[in-house]
Design a protein around this ligand. Structure first.
Ligand SMILES: Cc1ncc(C[n+]2csc(CCOP(=O)(O)OP(=O)(O)O)c2C)c(N)n1
Ligand SMILES: [Mg+2]
Length: 621
C-alpha cells in the first residue's frame, strides 16, 4: 500500500482540500477554506500544516472564534448546505468561544466543521495553560461541552484514528438529515505527530447529496389526504430553499390552489407577490397566513422545524380536526405535531406528490379567500413601511427604505432583537436567497459575522446587515475581517438605546422597565435608571475601517444607502430611531410565562391574561 508520512494536522489539511459534494450533477468544494485563530493549542499543529500544505485550503483570520463559526454557518446556508468552512481554534477559551456557534449551526441544521485544539493526549505537562482539571477523570476537557451541540463528536488520540474519523465527519456534514456542527477535538501533541497515512486518503472524494423519497404507500396516503381536505395550508420552511424546491412548490401550490405560509428560514420560497403566498405565519406572522392557519384542516409542513414562533406556541392551528403532513428530510422534524411523516427530500417529494394528485384528479381550489386576505395584508404592510406617513423615524420605516434600495437578488441579514419579527412581516423577498434571518438560535452577534459568510458565498449581491444596538455591541469586530478581506457589507444599525424587544416583553408581563435600557446607574435608587449612556456607533465603526453615515429620517437613509451601494468598502449607516412604538401582532401569540405570584397588581393581571391565552394552546398527538 502506498503511504505518505504526514502529521495529523497536515493529513487533515490535505484531506479537507480534496472533499467535494455533488447534487443533481453539480459539484462543489465542501470546504471553501479554513477560519482560525491560533494559540499554543493549534499554531504548531494545524497552523503549521496550513502554512505548508494549505495552498488548496485558503486560510482566513477572524477576530473572534464564535464569529468565525457564524460566518461558516451563514456561508453554508447561503450555499444550500453544499459547501462550508472548517474552523480551527486553540485549547480552552478559543475552543469554548466556538460553542455558541456550534449550537447555532446544529439548531439551524447547517454544516460546520470545528477543530478545537485539546489538552495533551500524553498528559505529561498537565495541567497546561487553560486546562480545566476534572477530579473524577483525566479523560475530560472543556471540549466535552461540544458533545450535546454536535451531530458528530470525536477526539483523536492516535494519528491512525483519522482514517475512520474523517470520513464519518464528512458523512454527517453532507447528510441533509443529520447535518449540523461536527467537532473533531485535536490534542495539541497529537496534531504534530506523524503517521504513514494511506495515499488513497488524499485522493479527491465526492459526497453525493441524495434526493431521497418517502415510500410509495406514504406518498399515496398523503396525496389522498390532500385531495380530501377542505382547508389546506402549506408551511414552507428553510428545507424548501436548501433543497432548491421552490419551483416544485410553485407548481404544487398553483396547480391545486394551496396557500403557502412562510417561516423565517423559508421566507422567499415563493416571491412575496406570488398569488398563493399568504405571507408569514405564527407569533411574528401576518393576518393572512394566521387566518388561514387557524381554519386549516390539513397543514402540510415542508422543510420546517415547526419551532414555537411558527406554531405560535401551538396556538396557530385551531380547527378541531386539524391534521398534519410532515415533509422533511429528517425523521424528527417529519414526525412533529403528530404528523403523517413524509421522510424525503423536499424537491423530489413535492414532484412525487404533484404527480399523485394529478392522477387522483384532485381539485384546484379557488383563490378568492387567499386573494382577499392577501390584499388586506399587503395593504397593512404598505402602511407600516411607508416613509411618507410622517411620524417619528421608526424601525418599520428603516425596513421599508432598505427594502426599496435592495435589488431583487440582494440579501438582508439579521438574527436577534425586535428586527427579525418586523422583517418577517415587512420585508418583501423576491429571491429564495434574498432573506437570511437566523431565527433558529436567534443569536445576538450573528449579524455582521453572518453577513460576512453570506457575502463570501454571494459576492455579486449587496448584503444588507440589519443589526440592533444591543447586538452590535455584543459582536461587531468582524467589520475588521470584512475590511481585511475586501468583503463589503452594508450594515444598517438601528439604535433604539437598548434591548427594546426584551423591554417590551418585560413591560407587557407587568414588570416595569428593568435592566434592558442602556442607562447610567442612579446612585439614589442603585438601579440603572439614570441618563442614557451615549455611544457613537458611527465613530466606532469608522475606527475599525468602515465608511459611515448617520441617517435620522427616511430620506437621509435612502441617500446614505445610495452612497453605501456605490462604496467599495464595508459601510455602516447608523439609524437612531425615535419611535418606541411596538408593531402590533396579527392574530398571533408567543408563550412566555409570567410570574404566578407577585405583590404587583400589573404582574398579577398579566398572569391572568397569560393563563387565558394558554387556553388557545392545542396538543397534537
Ligand atoms: C447571545 C444572546 N443573548 C441574549 C439574547 C436575548 N435577547 C434577544 S433580543 C435581545 C435584545 C437585542 O437588543 P437589540 O439588538 O438592540 O435589538 P432590539 O431589541 O432593541 O430590537 C436580547 C438580550 C439573545 N437572543 N442572544
Ligand atoms: Mg436596541
Amino acid at each position: 500500500m502506498s503511504t505518505i508520512r504526514l502529521t495529523v494536522a497536515q493529513a487533515i489539511v490535505k484531506y479537507l482540500s480534496v472533499q467535494y459534494t455533488v447534487r443533481d450533477g453539480a459539484e462543489h468544494r465542501l470546504f471553501a477554506g479554513m477560519f482560525g485563530i491560533f494559540g499554543h493549542g493549534n499554531v504548531t499543529g494545524i497552523g503549521q500544516a496550513l502554512e505548508e500544505h494549505g495552498s488548496d485550503l485558503t486560510y482566513y483570520r477572524p477576530q473572534n472564534e464564535q464569529a468565525m463559526v457564524h460566518t461558516a454557518a451563514a456561508y453554508a446556508r447561503m450555499k444550500n448546505r453544499l459547501s462550508t468552512f472548517a474552523c480551527t481554534s486553540s485549547v480552552g477559551p478559543g475552543a469554548t468561544n466556538m460553542l455558541t456557534g456550534a449550537a447555532l449551526a446544529t439548531v439551524n441544521r447547517l454544516p460546520v466543521l470545528l477543530l478545537p485544539g485539546d489538552i495533551f493526549a500524553n498528559r505529561i505537562p498537565h495541567p497546561v495553560l487553560q486546562q480545566l482539571e476534572y477530579p473524577l477523570s483525566q479523560d475530560m476537557s472543556v471540549n466535552d461541552a461540544f458533545r450535546p451541540v454536535s451531530k458528530y463528536w470525536d477526539r483523536i488520540y492516535r494519528p491512525e484514528q483519522l482514517i475512520s474519523s474523517l470520513p464519518e465527519a464528512m458523512r454527517v456534514l453532507t447528510d441533509p438529515a443529520e447535518t449540523g456542527a461536527v467537532t473533531i477535538c485535536l490534542p495539541e501533541d497529537v496534531q504534530t505527530e506523524a503517521f504513514d497515512f494511506p495515499t488513497a486518503m488524499f485522493e479527491k472524494r465526492t459526497w453525493k447529496i441524495r434526493r431521497t423519497l418517502p415510500p410509495d404507500d406514504d406518498l399515496d396516503a398523503a396525496a389522498q389526504a390532500i385531495a380530501n381536505a377542505s382547508n389546506l395550508i402549506i408551511v414552507a420552511g428553510g428545507g424548501v430553499i436548501y433543497s432548491e424546491a421552490t419551483n416544485e412548490l410553485d407548481t404544487l401550490t398553483t396547480t391545486f390552489g394551496i396557500p403557502v405560509a412562510e417561516t423565517q428560514a423559508g421566507k422567499g420560497a415563493l416571491p412575496w407577490n406570488h398569488a398563493w403566498n399568504a405571507g408569514p405565519i405564527g407569533a411574528a406572522g401576518g393576518s393572512a397566513a394566521n387566518t388561514l392557519a387557524a381554519d386549516a384542516d390539513l397543514v402540510i409542513a415542508v422543510g420546517t422545524r415547526l419551532a414555537d414562533f411558527t406554531t405560535a406556541s401551538k396556538s396557530a392551528f385551531q380547527h378541531p380536526d386539524v391534521a398534519f403532513i410532515g415533509l422533511n428530510v429528517g425523521s424528527m422534524d417529519a414526525h412533529k405535531l403528530g404528523a403523517m411523516p413524509l421522510i424525503g427530500d423536499a424537491k423530489a417529494t413535492l414532484i412525487a406528490l404533484t404527480s399523485r394528485l394529478e392522477a387522483l384528479n384532485a381539485a384546484h381550489r379557488p383563490a378568492d379567500t387567499v386573494t382577499t386576505l392577501k390584499v388586506e395584508w399587503d395593504a397593512a404592510v404598505d402602511k407600516l413601511v411607508n416613509p411618507n406617513t410622517g411620524g417619528p423615524f421608526s424601525q418599520p420605516q428603516v425596513i421599508g427604505v432598505v427594502n426599496q434600495a435592495a435589488g431583487p437578488e440582494d440579501v438582508v441579514v439579521c438574527a436577534a432583537g425586535g428586527m427579525p419579527g418586523d422583517l418577517l412581516k415587512l420585508w418583501r423577498s423576491l429571491s429564495p436567497k434574498g432573506y437570511h434571518v437566523e431565527y433558529g438560535y436567534s443569536c445576538m452577534g450573528y449579524e455582521i459575522a453572518g453577513g460576512l459568510g453570506v457575502k463570501m458565498a454571494a459576492p455579486d449581491r449587496n448584503v444588507f446587515v440589519m443589526v440592533g444596538d444591543g447586538s452590535y455591541l455584543m459582536m461587531h469586530t468582524e467589520i475588521v475581517t470584512s475590511i481585511q478581506e475586501g468583503v463589503k457589507l452594508i450594515i444598517v444599525l438601528v439604535d433604539n438605546s437598548g434591548f427594546r424587544c426584551i423591554r417590551e416583553l418585560q413591560t407587557q408581563s407587568g414588570t416595569q422597565s428593568f435592566g434592558n435600557d442602556l442607562l447610567y446607574r442612579d446612585d439614589a435608587t442603585n438601579r440603572l435608571t439614570g441618563a442614557p449612556v451615549p455611544i457613537d456607533f458611527a465613530a466606532n465603526a469608522r475606527s475599525l475601517g468602515a465608511v459611515t453615515f448617520t441617517a435620522t429620517n427616511p430620506a437621509e437613509l435612502a441617500n446614505a444607502l445610495a452612497q453605501a451601494k456605490a462604496e467599495t468598502r464595508t459601510t455602516l449607516i447608523n439609524c437612531p430611531v425615535q419611535s418606541q412604538e411596538r408593531m402590533r401582532g396579527f392574530g398571533s401569540w408567543w408563550d412566555v410565562p409570567v410570574a404566578e405570584v407577585s405583590d404587583q397588581a400589573a404582574v398579577n393581571a398579566a398572569r391572568r391574561a397569560y393563563e387565558k391565552d394558554r387556553q388557545k394552546q392545542r396538543f397534537f398527538v
